[in-house]
Write a protein that binds this ligand. Structure first.
Ligand SMILES: [Zn+2]
Length: 439
C-alpha cells in the first residue's frame, strides 16, 4: 500500500525542513520526503497544495478520564478526539479512579488505546508520582517505568510537602524519569475559582494569587537543580513563572515548560462572567501575562504547547461558578487557536509552531515521535493542516465526550485536515468538500 501526499509545504522541525514537496507512506512507514519523490504506483494520492504536511502532533497533557470517570471521556472517545485534532501521540494524566499508580492500570490503558475502536493514535501514560496521588510517599516508580510510563506526575494534586517532593525527584533522577508538575501552593488558593485581580473583585469571587503558582515553580525548579531530576512545568500561566523558569534554565537545571492555548490567547477580562466553560486551573490571567508567555514561546523559554484537555459532563459544569470543576477540552481546537493566535499574528513561524506542537514535546518525554525522518517512529505519523481555512469551532461536532470549551462559536483560522498514524486515521469533512482526494 502506497500513499502519496503531494505538493504540500513540508514542515519538519526535526530536520529544520521547510520546503514544498511530497511525502510517500509505504506499508504504514514514511518512505520518501522531498521536492521530488517517486510517485509511481501510488494507491492513493492526496493533493496537499496550499496545505502543511507536518509530523503528527504530540500532546504531553491530556486527561482521558478512564478508568473511573468514563461519563466524562473514555480512552476510545479521547483518542478519536486526538486524531481529529491532528495529534498522533498523547500523554494521559494519572488522576483517574483508581489513579495510575499500578502497572496493571498502565497495561489496561495501553491495551485499550490499541483496540480497533480507538482513534488509532498512540497513548503514552504518565504514572502517579505518589501512592494514590496523596502526596505522602512515592509510588512504585520502578515497576511503573517497566510498564512503560513516560513521566510521573501528581498533576491535579500538587505535592505540598517539599521533603516528599525531593524524595520523589531523587528517585525519578535514578530512574531517568521526567517529573511533571502542576505548581500550586494550596494554602493560598483554597476556595478560589479564578485569577485574583480586579475581575475577581468585581465578580465577588475568591481569586487565586499568581504567587500561589510561582512559589511552587520556584521550589520545584530549585529541587530539580539540586537533584538533577528532569522537571517539566505544566501549564505555565504567569509572567513570574516564566522569569523563574528562564533563571532555572540559565543555572543549568534540567527544566522544560509548556503553555496551554487558552493561557496565551485569553485573559480574565475576556471571560463571560460566571460561565464555567471559562473555569480552569491555573486560571486565565492578564494581558501582561499573555504578552510575556508569547515572548517565552518565541524565545524557547517555554518549550511546547499542550492542551490540558480536561473533559467534564455537562451536568457537572452546570453549577455555580465557584462549585463547578476546573478544566476545559482542548484537543480539537488547539491547532485552530495556535495558528490564529501565534502563526497568523507573526509570533511564531509555521516551522516554529509545529516545533512547539510536535518535535519539542516529543523530545521533552523522549518519545519516538515528532519527526518525518524515515524509520524514526514506530509507524508513519503525519498531519496535514490547512493553515488558511476559516471555520467556527462547534463543540457539538467534536468527538470528545466533553463539550466544555470556551472557544465554542469562535472563528478560528487553520485546522487539521488529515491525520496518519500508519494509515489514515482521520479525514476532515472540509477536506472531502474541497474535492481534494484523487484515487
Ligand atoms: Zn494541572
Amino acid at each position: 500500500m502506497k500513499l502519496l501526499l503531494k505538493n504540500g509545504r513540508i514542515l519538519d522541525p526535526s530536520q529544520d525542513l521547510d520546503i514544498v514537496g511530497s511525502v510517500t507512506i509505504v506499508d504504514d512507514q514514511i518512505d520518501e520526503v522531498g521536492e521530488k519523490v517517486d510517485e509511481r504506483d501510488a494507491d492513493e494520492i492526496y493533493d496537499c497544495t496550499g496545505m502543511w504536511i507536518t509530523p503528527g502532533l504530540v500532546d504531553l497533557h491530556v486527561h482521558l478520564r478512564e478508568p473511573g470517570f468514563s461519563h466524562k471521556e473514555t480512552i476510545i472517545s479521547g483518542t478519536q478526539s486526538a486524531a481529529a485534532g491532528g495529534y498522533t501521540v498523547i500523554c494521559c494524566m494519572p488522576n483517574t479512579d483508581p489513579p495510575l499508580d499500578d502497572p496493571a492500570l498502565i497495561d489496561f490503558i495501553l491495551d485499550r488505546s490499541a483496540s480497533p475502536e480507538a482513534g488509532g493514535v498512540f497513548v503514552a501514560p504518565i504514572g502517579a508520582l505518589t501512592k494514590g496521588m496523596k502526596g505522602e510517599q512515592p509510588s512504585n516508580l520502578a515497576s511503573l517505568k517497566r510498564a512503560q510510563i513516560v513521566a510521573a506526575s501528581d498533576d491535579a494534586y500538587p505535592i505540598q510537602d517539599a521533603q516528599v517532593m525531593m524524595r520523589c525527584m531523587e528517585l525519578c533522577r535514578q530512574l531517568d524519569l521526567p517529573v511533571a508538575v502542576h505548581c500550586e501552593e494550596e494554602s493560598l488558593t483554597r476556595g478560589a475559582s479564578m485569577n485574583e485581580g480586579a475581575m475577581s473583585a468585581m465578580l465577588g469571587l475568591k481569586g487565586m494569587p499568581r504567587t500561589a503558582e510561582e512559589i511552587q515553580v520556584a521550589r520545584n525548579c530549585m529541587l530539580s537543580l539540586e537533584t538533577g531530576c528532569p522537571l517539566h512545568v505544566l501549564h505555565v500561566s504567569t509572567w513570574g513563572s516564566v522569569e523563574i523558569i528562564k533563571q532555572a534554565k540559565f543555572l543549568g537545571a534540567p527544566v522544560t515548560a509548556e503553555v496551554c492555548p487558552h493561557h496565551f490567547s485569553m485573559t480574565d477580562e475576556d471571560m463571560v462572567p460566571f460561565d464555567t466553560n471559562w473555569k480552569m486551573n491555573p486560571p486565565l490571567r492578564t494581558q501582561v501575562d499573555v504578552d510575556i508567555l508569547l515572548g517565552a514561546l518565541a524565545d524557547g523559554t517555554i518549550d511546547c504547547i499542550s492542551t490540558d484537555h480536561a473533559p467534564h459532563a455537562a451536568y457537572e459544569k452546570d453549577r455555580p461558578f465557584d462549585e463547578a470543576p476546573f478544566g476545559i477540552v482542548g484537543l480539537e481546537s488547539a491547532v485552530g487557536v495556535a495558528l490564529t493566535y501565534l502563526t497568523h499574528k507573526g509570533i511564531l513561524s509555521p516551522l516554529e509552531t509545529i516545533r512547539r506542537m510536535s518535535t519539542r514535546p516529543a523530545e521533552v518525554y523522549r518519545l519516538d515521535a515528532g519527526t518525518l525522518k524515515k524509520g524514526r517512529t514506530p509507524v508513519a505519523q503525519v498531519t496535514v493542516i490547512d493553515p488558511d481555512v476559516e471555520w467556527t469551532f462547534d463543540v457539538s461536532r467534536t468527538f470528545s465526550k466533553g463539550k466544555n470549551s470556551l472557544y465554542h462559536g469562535m472563528k478560528l483560522k487553520g485546522k487539521a485536515m488529515l491525520t496518519f498514524s500508519g494509515g489514515e486515521v482521520y479525514r476532515d469533512a472540509l477536506w472531502a468538500a474541497n474535492d481534494r482526494v484523487a484515487v
